[in-house]
Design a binder for this molecule. Structure first.
Ligand SMILES: [Zn+2]
Length: 413
């Protein structure tokens, strides 16, 4: 794993470290056996005094991280609802969309291309995880197995021409070869094309203490300011912003090429409101991130206290990548949490990285009728509580670790 010596966006060499989460395993590398050894790598964050990007200090090998990805978008109902809304937002903005095609970078199982396919719009997904591309193709969503970037785009454009729309959801923050990826997005569409980037918003990470969203895959933590610092280098300009419920709070940036004054006039006033708000809330400032680091350690102590004092049995729910950071940072093992329930069949009968907690199907886990369910995938709290209460008849209590302070709530609250 390589330590960076300059900012991932602007190249500033004076980046300053503010949080060390210790050595951690790769979040998505679940184990087949609890006796397997899993290597651990440094997980720490820096802030850039130039563009104010918050970023990981180390970069893992993308081949190791993404070739057998276990996160399948379509397993979450929230993702399906968001995909339907996303489709509406896109067609509203691109009236002649039928004349071309829609390209998605890191398309996963094609959940977000599906609504386009259903309306007869030509699509292409590009994703590096072979097992998941196969799933998408089987479901009738045209997809290719490749790392998205200049090279992949050149090949696609040669075959199919420029896309009307190119979008990348929750992937730009994960890309080690960031500049190649962004250049690829720019050259995938024509001059009138629409580029859409969805990324977890650093403002929410800061305000709601989403330190669990920090893991090796997630290299950059963007604000509008740092996103613009990146896009402007390639003549791209943010013209509108909407919000997304994914990851507990993300921004969707609508981007046009040639960020000249003409485009500035087309900018939705909401973009300037975001810039102003970032300034007034000190989002891009060094002191704010130092404070975040302090609160992260306080959260760890509070969470361990809750688990210590919980009377009766506790099980976990949702072996997400995010849960890995929290479990490893807090050193929560099978002593406090003997099992984790997860609906994703790809995770069934595996073990969490670093903490070696077994993962089983929720129906099996809930047979023991535990006193507490610790919702690790807390950004899907409502959905999970509904499922456990209504479908599985669970009446016990829940431990909700985030946002902010951990808390215990009763069923039906
Ligand atoms: Zn920078």
């Amino acid at each position: 794993m390589k330590r960076i010596d300059e900012c991932r966006v602007c190249g500033n060499t004076e980046i300053k470290e503010f949080l060390d989460l210790g050595d951690q395993p790769l979040a998505n590398s679940l184990l087949d056996s609890p006796y397997n050894n899993d290597p651990e790598y440094p997980l720490s964050l820096s802030w850039c005094p130039g563009c104010n990007l918050v970023q990981l200090n180390h970069t893992a090998d993308p081949e190791e991280l993404f070739s057998e990805y276990v996160w399948v978008t379509g397993t979450s109902k929230t993702a399906h609802d968001h995909a339907a809304n996303f489709y509406k937002e896109v067609v509203k903005r691109v009236p002649n969309i039928q004349e071309g095609y829609v390209l998605e970078a890191a398309s996963n199982d094609g959940t977000f291309l599906k609504p386009f396919v259903d309306k007869g719009i030509w699509v292409l997904g590009v994703d590096p995880a072979k097992n998941i591309v196969d799933m998408a193709v089987k479901a009738g969503i045209d997809s290719e197995c490749a790392f998205f970037g200049q090279e992949a785009v050149e090949k696609i454009v040669k075959e199919k021409g420029k896309a009307k729309v190119v979008f990348a959801r929750n992937v730009v923050p994960h890309v080690a070869n960031l500049h190649d990826f962004i250049k690829g997005m720019a050259s995938a569409v024509g001059e009138d094309g629409l580029i859409i980037i969805e990324a977890h918003y650093a403002k929410i990470i800061l305000e709601e203490l989403h330190y669990d969203s920090i893991y090796h895959e997630h290299l950059c933590y963007f604000t509008l300011k740092s996103m613009e610092a990146l896009l402007n280098q390639y003549g791209m300009h943010v013209v509108d912003i909407t919000t997304s419920p994914i990851s507990g709070g993300s921004l969707v940036y609508y981007i046009k090429k040639n960020g000249n004054d003409a485009n500035k006039e087309n900018e939705n006033p909401i973009v300037q409101r975001y810039r102003d708000e970032e300034q007034s809330t000190k989002l891009n400032e060094w002191e704010s991130w130092q404070d975040f680091a302090k609160k992260t350690f306080e959260h760890k102590n509070a969470l361990l206290k809750i688990l210590d004092q919980a009377k009766g049995s506790v099980v976990g729910y949702g072996a997400s990548a995010r849960s890995s950071t929290m479990l490893n940072f807090c050193r929560i093992t099978t002593k406090q949490l003997p099992v984790i329930a997860d609906k994703n069949p790809l995770k069934n009968k595996k073990y969490t990285a670093g903490t070696h907690i077994p993962i089983l199907d929720p129906k099996e886990v809930m047979k023991s009728n535990p006193d507490y369910v610790f919702i690790l995938a807390w950004n899907f709290t409502r959905e999970i509580m509904n499922y456990l209460n209504k479908d599985l008849g669970y009446k016990g209590r829940f431990i909700i670790p985030l946002p902010n302070s951990p808390k215990i709530i009763d069923s039906g609250e």
